[in-house]
Design a protein around this ligand. Structure first.
Ligand code: EPU
Length: 344
């Protein structure tokens, strides 16, 4: 298959932070042969590649050398079913939230807590998307990848993906494996995860005592809409920092100094802090660098009010990190992937 990429393409429409940066070469692929042709072209021309889904977890720190490949393969189908479960294979380019609502409309549950997360199905395993007590790894069965080392197709199990909190093999070795499709194991009879307080409160507020999976999805959508900016309206990349995990000793000391501090004890004895709380309490909500600013309703989210550059966003993030380290002795880690000049 002959291949000719576009040149010098502005990536602004392709990242939800709305950052303007140019890709030296750019292509979108809808079928596997197009993908393979693009990768072969990059190898032959000694160009690195960057794989792009919905661009919702990405900070472009500068122009992107090499070839940007936007994955737009669509399609979803049931590959197996029994009395309890339905296995659905979803192509990488499918919109995540539309997929969630489609599965719920079919009467299959498992994805309800992950409603309204921006991005594509193929990007979901990269950061092991999670919200309201559920992570992708809880419903994922396997991932089909194209391995750039030998151009072979491989099925990776959940264990192979080495998932962690907002972390995976794919995030640690970017570009090596192209996620082509994901298999999800959904339930016919819902097992709802309602441990997260705000979800229960929202259902109560709606007068729902025996929620369906669709009710939970509706509640999650309402909560997210009240706190998180819609990238179609205000450019953003979701949570900009991970919630930091610290030792029990450090957590106890911080609690003595700041009795109101939000802390979640983890099963392994460590303690997770709410980065949004730390940022708000440190008085960082009014910080801005150019058009990059902290979101008023959720301090964990950085927004671009117009023409912010990747550098503006990263400078703001560095200022916040410094303030939090200075005040609490806690290091914040950036959650989205940073790409382009000055990255790393
Ligand atoms: N908080 C504040 N001020 C803020 C933001 C939060 O005080 O500005 C407090 C809240 O009141 C609450 C606590 O911090 O007590 C936690 O806040 P929230 O429930 O909003 O969740 P989060 O820890 O800020 C995480 C995920 C979100 C996910 C929600 C719900 C990370 C980095 N973020 O946010 O994921 O939707 O929990 O499960 O883990 C994303 O990854 O892009 C994302 C939005």
């Amino acid at each position: 298959m002959s291949f000719q990429p576009q040149e010098q393409v502005d990536l602004r429409p392709y990242n939800t932070l709305g950052i303007s940066a140019r890709a030296r070469y750019f292509t979108s692929v809808r079928i596997q042969p197009q993908l393979q042709a693009a990768m072969r072209w990059a190898l032959e021309n000694d160009q690195p590649w960057l794989l792009l889904g919905g661009g919702s977890n990405l900070v472009l720190a500068g122009d992107v050398p090499g070839l940007v490949i936007r994955l737009e393969m669509t399609g979803k189908r049931v590959v197996h079913e029994d009395d309890e479960h339905v296995w659905v294979r979803v192509q990488a380019g499918e919109n995540w939230h539309e997929l969630v609502r489609w599965t719920l409309e079919q009467g299959w549950s498992g994805l309800e807590n992950l409603s309204l997360i921006p991005g594509t199905a193929g990007a979901a395993p990269v950061q092991n998307i999670g919200a309201y007590g559920v992570e992708l790894e809880d419903v994922l069965q396997q991932v089909l990848v194209l391995d750039a080392l030998d151009f072979g197709l491989k099925h990776l199990s959940v264990e192979d993906c080495q998932f962690g909190y907002r972390d995976s093999l794919f995030k640690r070795e970017p570009g090596r494996r192209v996620i082509l499709s994901i298999d999800l194991r959904l339930r016919r009879q819902p097992q709802l995860q309602l441990e997260y307080g705000p979800v229960r409160a929202e259902l109560e507020r709606r007068g729902i005592n025996e929620p369906t999976a669709l009710d939970v999805s509706d509640a999650v959508i309402a909560i997210r809409q009240s706190k998180l900016p819609d990238p179609a309206v205000v450019s953003n990349a979701g949570s900009f920092f991970k919630n930091p995990v610290i030792s029990a000793d450090q957590a106890a000391e911080l609690k003595r100094q700041y009795p109101e501090m939000v802390q979640y004890p983890l099963a392994n004895g460590q303690v997770k802090l709410a980065a949004g709380w730390l940022i708000e309490q440190a008085g960082c909500k009014d910080k801005a660098v150019g058009d990059a600013a902290v979101h008023r309703q959720q301090a964990l989210v950085l927004v671009n009010h117009g023409r912010a550059s990747g550098k503006d966003v990263l400078t703001l993030a560095a200022q916040i990190r410094d303030d939090i380290a200075c005040r609490y002795g806690v290091t914040l880690e950036i959650e989205p992937v940073v790409i382009g000049a000055g990255a790393g």
